[in-house]
Design a protein around this ligand. Structure first.
Ligand SMILES: Cc1ncc(COP(=O)(O)O)c(C=O)c1O
Length: 361
């Protein structure tokens, strides 16, 4: 079989040594060897968030949603209120979690693909002083938009709020500084910009806040942040049996980033995105967003009018390239998404453009 090239925003292309790490010999998660690996892995996660030692990371065996669900279901007491900011599919997924757990929130919602207005956010904070936590997505993957986390973080600091940021599609793809941006809880997963696999999610959280959480506050047993933190703090273990195999892969992918340098990886993502965007514009395709609003790793672009989106996706697939259909309203507008996450290099982007040109022609 020839190798399929994933230009999709997760799962992503992985490096050979990440795939090989899945063949690691078996170990028990209650062993010293696991503890040493887990302690190191969590420190490496901290580094991609630029977290200092006032932060602690824990790994959750689950997809990206499991990290968000861990935070949302276990850091709030009955009666605590959230300010939810959303402008796309993944902001809506946060809403789904708040609804499911019957947590009260002030809904500050913006049209999909529209930049959040920070003045509206401040007005919502002034009007709802009882809000305890602000919750939002860093990179709204459904539109490729980078949301204004630094400005909202400044408001979280000014008004004394906790700040939860879904960094699922941003960690290791964008510069994130949890301390500077007053982020209390940052979440992500291996199978996106880190270049590992889905199923190894993580939360990087402020230790002074983690210290205030109790397992009983959790509305969930498995996805319980206090349980994860306490077990990690006491002996660098997880509360339940983790998917150790994926921990090795995540660890290797993080080693790759830290040896390439986080800045160098981000620069490579920016270079690839520029090649793709310039090339798609040359083919006459229109982008959803202006360059300055777009993430380093996902481009949202429209097929020419009259072209059938599903037929196009199948054609690309048959040529060995996976791209994504737009979600919701964007699907109806014939939008598709091209991602450059994981093991994708400039030469791959040039080849991609050649195939795209053929399929569009
Ligand atoms: C920003 C964001 N949040 C959450 C998710 C959900 O992650 P998962 O599908 O791994 O549960 C995704 C998935 O693409 C995402 O892009």
């Amino acid at each position: 079989m020839s190798k399929q090239m994933l230009f999709s925003p997760g799962p992503v292309m992985t490096r050979q040594n990440v795939r090989e790490s899945l063949m690691h010999y078996d170990i028990c998660h209650r062993s010293k060897e696991f503890e040493a690996m887990y302690a190191g892995l969590c420190k490496k996660i901290n580094r991609i968030f630029n977290a200092d030692d006032t932060y602690r990371s824990v790994v959750i065996s689950g997809s990206g949603t499991s990290a968000n669900e861990t935070v949302i279901s276990s850091v709030l007491n009955d009666g605590d209120k959230v300010l939810l900011l959303r402008n796309g599919e993944f902001g809506d997924r946060l809403k789904q979690l708040y609804d499911q757990y019957k947590i009260e929130y002030v809904d500050c919602s913006f049209e999909w693909g529209t930049m959040m207005d920070v003045d509206d956010v401040e007005a919502a904070l002034r009007a709802n002083p009882e809000v305890k936590m602000i919750s939002m997505v860093f990179h709204e993957t459904s539109s490729s938009m980078i949301n204004p986390v630094p400005a909202v973080g400044a408001l979280a600091d000014k008004y004394g709020k906790w700040f939860h940021v879904d960094c699922v599609s941003a960690a290791a793809g964008q510069h994130i500084d949890v301390a500077d941006n007053h982020i209390t809880f940052a979440t992500s997963v291996g199978g996106k910009c880190v270049g590992a696999y889905p199923g190894s999610a993580y939360v990087c959280a402020k230790i002074d806040v983690l210290e205030t959480l109790t397992p009983e506050m959790g509305r969930n047993v498995y996805l319980n942040l206090a349980r994860h933190y306490q077990k990690a703090k006491s002996n660098e273990q997880t509360p339940n049996t983790p998917n150790v195999t994926l921990f090795w892969a995540l660890d290797t992918a993080l080693d790759n980033i830290l040896s390439e340098g986080l800045d160098a990886q981000i620069a490579r993502y920016q270079e690839c995105a520029k090649i793709l965007r310039d090339g798609m514009r040359e083919l006459g395709l229109k982008m959803l967003l202006p360059d300055e609003q777009m993430a380093n790793t996902v481009t949202s672009v429209f097929l020419p009018a009259g072209m059938d989106l599903e037929a196009f996706l199948s054609d690309m697939e048959a040529h060995g390239y996976t791209v994504y259909a737009g979600k919701g309203v964007f699907y109806d507008q014939n939008m598709f998404q091209v991602a450059n996450m994981g093991e994708i290099y400039p030469e791959d982007c040039h080849k991609f453009l050649g195939v795209l040109k053929e399929c569009i022609a």
